[in-house]
Ligand binder design. Structure first.
Ligand code: 5GP
Length: 178
């Protein structure tokens, strides 16, 4: 589905993604059993991972979604993030797990963490499908990660290139995204 000229290589097959997501879901189910867990997804990329992960959870969970615009790299204004659509419900007193597709510089997530922490949750933690620690600009506590990746630009499992390829069930590195 990715044009051969654009595809570099498949980093994680559908089977590898499924296995790893199930493993992480088992860890989360064990850690939050008996708690009031809310998964918070960030539009658009993390929605695929949130859905996949939540299907493997064996505890009751609620979900809520927010949308942000991030100007991290493109506009050279590091960390400038704006909430375009806020959560539907308060998170006060709840155990919150932020679900991310990829943590790169960490600037987007730092803003989210600070904003949500100010709303009085009982606990707040991060779960990401992909982690690129080599590019991190701010230290963040990432409690759950499925895969660590290198510098290549990746698509699939929610991640896009010009809004395409989010629906691929595997994770692929692209050659040279414009
Ligand atoms: P940061 O952690 O730098 O603030 O930004 C994370 C966001 O950058 C992700 O949510 C994602 O939208 C985007 N991003 C970072 N690396 C990649 C990548 O390799 N592929 C895609 N498709 N998006 C990326």
């Amino acid at each position: 589905m990715i044009p051969p000229a654009l595809l570099d290589r498949v980093l994680f097959t559908e089977e590898q993604v499924n296995t790893r997501v199930a493993e992480v879901a088992a860890e989360i189910s064990a850690r939050y059993r008996g708690k009031d867990l809310k998964l918070i997804g960030v539009l658009k990329g993390s929605i695929y991972f949130l859905t996949h992960l939540s299907r493997h959870l064996t505890i009751p969970v609620k979900i809520d979604i927010l949308a942000i615009s991030s100007f991290s790299a493109r506009w050279q204004s590091p960390g400038l993030v704006r909430i375009e659509k806020d959560l539907d419900e308060p998170i006060e007193g709840q155990d919150v797990l932020i679900i991310e597709d990829i943590v790169d510089t960490g600037l987007t997530l730092r803003y989210l963490l600070q904003t949500l922490a100010g709303r009085g949750p009982n606990s707040i933690a991060i779960c990401t499908l992909l982690d690129r620690t080599s590019k991190r600009l701010v230290q963040l506590p990432v409690e759950y990660r499925c895969f660590e990746i290198d510098d290549s630009f990746v698509v699939g499992c929610g991640l896009d290139h010009r809004q395409l390829y989010r629906n691929l069930p595997y994770i692929a590195a692209l050659r040279r995204p414009e």
